[in-house]
Design a protein around this ligand. Structure first.
Ligand code: IMP
Length: 433
C-alpha cells in the first residue's frame, strides 16, 4: 500500500485580484508534481509563462501542460469554451492531448453567453463590472439555474440539441427583448458544438476518480487557481467579482477531490497590488508612482490587453484572503519591479468614517469608502532581477519581505524575481519531502 502521506496535494491560488503570476509558479512547481488541475474560472484567466525563451499565454489549459509527463486535468468547476480549448491545443504539440483530461461535468460556454455578457456590460454603463466579456458570468448563472449544457451531454446529440435550444431560447429572448442585441441561432451552434464532440471524446474522464487514483498511488497534485480571492463570488469585493469560487474550497468542489488531499494552500501575491476591471481598490495609485509600477511591471491584462490599475501592497486585503481561503503560505512575485524606488508603502489598515480599522468592513458596500493607512519602508537601488538566493537580496528588500510576512502572518516559501522559471528564490520547495 503506498504511503498516502506522501501524496501531497497543494492548492495554489491568487490572494489579491488575480494576475499575481500564478502561471509562472505553477509551471515552476509542475516539474516536481504528477498532475495539475484547473478547478474554476474559464478562458477569462490568462497565465503568461516564459518557456524556453518563448512567451506562452494560456487561458484554459492548465499551466502544467508545458511540463512533459505531467497530467493536466480540467475539473467540473471550469466553464469550458470549446473553441478556445482546441485553439490552445492546436498551438501545442499533438502529444499534449494524451495527458489532458476534461470532466464531463464542465458547464459549456456558448456564443449566446458571450453575447449576453457583452450586452449586459454595455447596458450597465458606469455600473458595469468590467468583465472580460468571455461569457463567464452567464455560463455560471445557467449552471446555478440548472439549465447549463455540460460537456458530457455532447455525446447524446438529440438530448444535447434539446437542452441547448431550451437554454438559448431564453438567452435570445433576453438578448432581443431586454438588451436589443443580436441573437444567436441555436441550430447553428448545436451543429458546430456537436461537430467538436469527437475531438473532445478521448479527453473526457472522471476527474474525481482520476484524482483518487493519483492519491492512492502516492502522486503529487497541484490545484491551479485562476483569478484571486478578492474576486471570489462570495468572499471578494462583491458585486465586482468573477462568478466562481476562487478560494481553496473551490478546488474541492470544482474537481471532486477529497478534503484530506490538500496538504497546503499557497497564496500568490505580487509585491504590490494590481486590479483590472471596475470595483474598489483602496491602495490604487492614480499618479506617477502608479504609472511607474504599470510600466516596470508591464501591467496589461493577458486576456483582454486592458491596462491594470496599480497600487501599493495591501496587507489588510491579503490577510482577509488568507483567512477566507485557508492560505497557509505565501509566494511573492515581481519583487524586481520595486527595484530603484527610494521608499515604499504598505497598507497596514484602513480608515472608515474617521475610525481606524484593520479588517475589511463587514459590508462590502462600504469597501469603496475605506482609505488606506500606510507604513513607510526603505527602498533599494540595487537590482534584484534574477536573484536566486535570499542572501543576494539587498537588506531593505529582505526587510520589506519580512514585514509583509509579519503583517500577513504567513511565511513566503517562494519569491519570484523575474518572469523566467529560473528567476526565483526557493526558500522551501512545497513538494520537497
Ligand atoms: P469575468 O470573470 O469575465 O466575469 O470578470 C469579472 C471580474 O473579474 C472583472 O473585474 C475582471 O476584470 C476580473 N477578472 C476575470 N478574470 C481575471 C483574471 O484572470 N485576472 C484578473 N482579473 C480577472
Amino acid at each position: 500500500m503506498p504511503n498516502r502521506s506522501e501524496a501531497r496535494g497543494i492548492v495554489l491560488i491568487g490572494a489579491q485580484w488575480g494576475d499575481e503570476g500564478k502561471g509562472k509558479v505553477v509551471d515552476l512547481l509542475a516539474g516536481r508534481c504528477d498532475a495539475v488541475v484547473r478547478f474554476q474560472g474559464g478562458h477569462n484567466a490568462g497565465h503568461t509563462l516564459i518557456h524556453e525563451g518563448r512567451t506562452v499565454v494560456l487561458h484554459l489549459l492548465p499551466s502544467g501542460i508545458l511540463s512533459p509527463g505531467v497530467e493536466c486535468l480540467i475539473g467540473n468547476g471550469v466553464a469550458l469554451y470549446l473553441p478556445q480549448l482546441f485553439e490552445e491545443l492546436r498551438s501545442a504539440p499533438a502529444s499534449h492531448r494524451q495527458r489532458l483530461f476534461v470532466s464531463p461535468g464542465c458547464p459549456l460556454i456558448l456564443p449566446s453567453h458571450i453575447a449576453l455578457d457583452q450586452a449586459r456590460e454595455k447596458h450597465a454603463g458606469r455600473r458595469r463590472i468590467g468583465t472580460t466579456g468571455r461569457g463567464i458570468g452567464p455560463a455560471y448563472e445557467d449552471r446555478a439555474a440548472r439549465r447549463a449544457v455540460r460537456a458530457g451531454e455532447l455525446f447524446a446529440p438529440e438530448a444535447f440539441r434539446e437542452r441547448l435550444r431550451l437554454a438559448m431560447d431564453l438567452h435570445n429572448f433576453m438578448l432581443k427583448q431586454y438588451y436589443g442585441a443580436e441573437t444567436e441561432d441555436p441550430e447553428r451552434v448545436a451543429d458546430e458544438w456537436l461537430g467538436m464532440a469527437e475531438e473532445l471524446r478521448p479527453m473526457m474522464d472522471d476527474i474525481a476518480a482520476r484524482l483518487r487514483r493519483l492519491r492512492n498511488e502516492g502522486k503529487s497534485v497541484l490545484f491551479e487557481g485562476a483569478q484571486g480571492v478578492m474576486l471570489d463570488i462570495d468572499h471578494g469585493t462583491y458585486p465586482y467579482v468573477t462568478s466562481s469560487s476562487t478560494v481553496a474550497a473551490g478546488a474541492l468542489a470544482g474537481s471532486g477531490a477529497r478534503l484530506e488531499h490538500v496538504a497546503e494552500v499557497i497564496g500568490v501575491v505580487k509585491a504590490y497590488t494590481t486590479r483590472v476591471g471596475e470595483g474598489p481598490f483602496p491602495t490604487e495609485l492614480k499618479d506617477a508612482a502608479g504609472e511607474r509600477l504599470a510600466r516596470e511591471g508591464a501591467e496589461r491584462g493577458a486576456t483582454t490587453g486592458r491596462p491594470r490599475r496599480c497600487g501599493w501592497f495591501d496587507a489588510v486585503a491579503v490577510r482577509h484572503a488568507a483567512q477566507r481561503a485557508s492560505i497557509n503560505s505565501l509566494c511573492i512575485t515581481k519583487l524586481d519591479v520595486l527595484d530603484g524606488l527610494d521608499s515604499l508603502r504598505i497598507c497596514v489598515g484602513y480608515r472608515l468614517d474617521g475610525r481606524g480599522i484593520d479588517t475589511l468592513p463587514s459590508s462590502m458596500s462600504r469597501y469603496g469608502d475605506c482609505q488606506p493607512r500606510y507604513e513607510e519602508c526603505e527602498g533599494w537601488r540595487e537590482s534584484t532581477r534574477g536573484a536566486t538566493r535570499w542572501e543576494d537580496l539587498p537588506p531593505p528588500a529582505r526587510a520589506y519581505i519580512k514585514r509583509l510576512e509579519e503583517l500577513t502572518e504567513l511565511k513566503a516559501c517562494i519569491i519570484s524575481t523575474g518572469p523566467a522559471r529560473g528567476q526565483t528564490i526557493i526558500r522551501r520547495h512545497p513538494f520537497a519531502r
